[in-house]
Design a protein around this ligand. Structure first.
Ligand SMILES: C[S@@+](CC[C@H](N)C(=O)[O-])C[C@H]1O[C@@H](n2cnc3c(N)ncnc32)[C@H](O)[C@@H]1O
Length: 313
């Protein structure tokens, strides 16, 4: 347990929320968004899932909707971003959009871990995936008129229309925000570990996806700065954890890998891919809080996972 983490958590009860609800992820960087999008795309192709979605939704885009913009540039016509809190502003997104267009136009290789530390999922090769984003597809997608239309959709006017190409909804909690069975791909990056309503979120994804369509999620099960050990968040009692969480809008749910697997399956999905990031250097079982001591060995050593799940036809 970390006294600093508890003190910081307790401080959130007395300092203004604008001081601590600031974790926005890394999506202000176009190269990060490009890397994340292409990593999911390559993995979707490997799993035999669709790689040319018309409508896309993202859970937790963070500082900008850049990863969704990469999906739009690469062929999607509709994007929904759902966050717990509104961060995105259109000038930031426009700058990221322009940088992304340049990256696709030059078929830039996928930025690696040397440039973007700890980025996941891991790939065998970082070449531009020309087998998925073929020259013909890119020519169609990067047509000037198409890009100008997408760029307009990012402005305040574009987003205010009745059926906007880009919808940013924060906070979101209502499954009814999206027409059932209307989305071709849902994804998240470094978000599902923060979500408190795990089962409800996967159920919403199931309702929104078309039959046969897939979702992909990169999930980080580490302690997110609440302890030195990567799995030290499981050492806090529930009471101590309430102090660590404090008044934060979100922190981490502490749910291990098996809870996500079970929730995905209970929502009705077929799990196509489940790539674990394994670590053996965490706190030993006997140092964890009682309710986490019962975790099985797989959960105890799973520091991250990339999951692809498909809604049955
Ligand atoms: C670590 S950031 C990751 C942001 C971005 N995906 C990235 O790759 O940088 C976590 C994001 O999850 C969002 N978040 C937390 N709980 C959420 C929820 N229940 N629903 C949607 N987004 C949530 C946060 O607001 C934040 O934008």
């Amino acid at each position: 347990m970390s006294i600093t983490a508890i003190t910081k958590g307790l401080a959130t009860f007395v300092v203004p929320a604008s001081w601590y609800n600031r974790s926005q992820g890394r999506t202000l960087s176009a190269r990060y968004c490009y890397s994340v999008y292409l990593r999911h795309l390559v993995k979707l192709a490997e799993a035999g899932a669709g790689t040319d979605p018309g409508s896309v939704a993202e859970i937790g885009p963070g500082a900008s909707i850049g990863t969704g913009l990469a999906a739009l540039i690469a062929g999607a016509e509709r994007y929904y971003g759902f966050d717990i809190k509104a961060y995105g502003s259109s000038p930031r997104s426009l700058a990221v959009f322009d940088e992304l267009v340049a990256l696709f136009a030059e078929r830039a290789p996928i930025p690696g871990e040397d440039e973007i530390p700890r980025i996941k999922p891991t790939l065998d090769a970082l070449d531009f995936p020309g087998h998925i984003l073929s020259p013909a597809r890119l020519e169609r997608c990067l047509a000037e008129t198409r890009l100008a239309r997408l760029r307009r959709a990012l402005t305040a006017d574009g987003m205010a229309g009745p059926e906007p190409a880009v919808a940013y909804i924060a906070p979101w909690f209502d499954e009814a925000l999206v027409r059932p069975a209307s989305i071709d791909w849902i994804f998240s990056q470094a978000v599902m570990e923060h979500v408190d309503e795990i089962a409800g979120t996967y159920r919403a994804c199931f309702a929104w996806l078309k039959p046969g369509a897939a979702m992909s999620h990169q999930i980080d099960f580490k302690s997110h700065g609440t302890s030195h050990a990567w799995n030290g968040h499981w050492a806090y009692s529930d009471l101590a954890w309430r102090a660590v969480r404090g008044a934060r809008l979100y922190l981490i749910s502490r749910a291990p890998h098996s809870i996500h697997r079970a929730a995905v399956k209970d929502a009705g999905f077929d799990l196509l891919t489940d790539l674990r990031v394994a670590r053996n250097d965490g706190l030993p079982r006997e140092r964890l809080a009682r309710r986490f001591r019962a975790l099985d060995d797989a959960d105890l050593t799973t520091a991250g996972a990339f999951m692809i799940a498909r809604k049955p036809e």
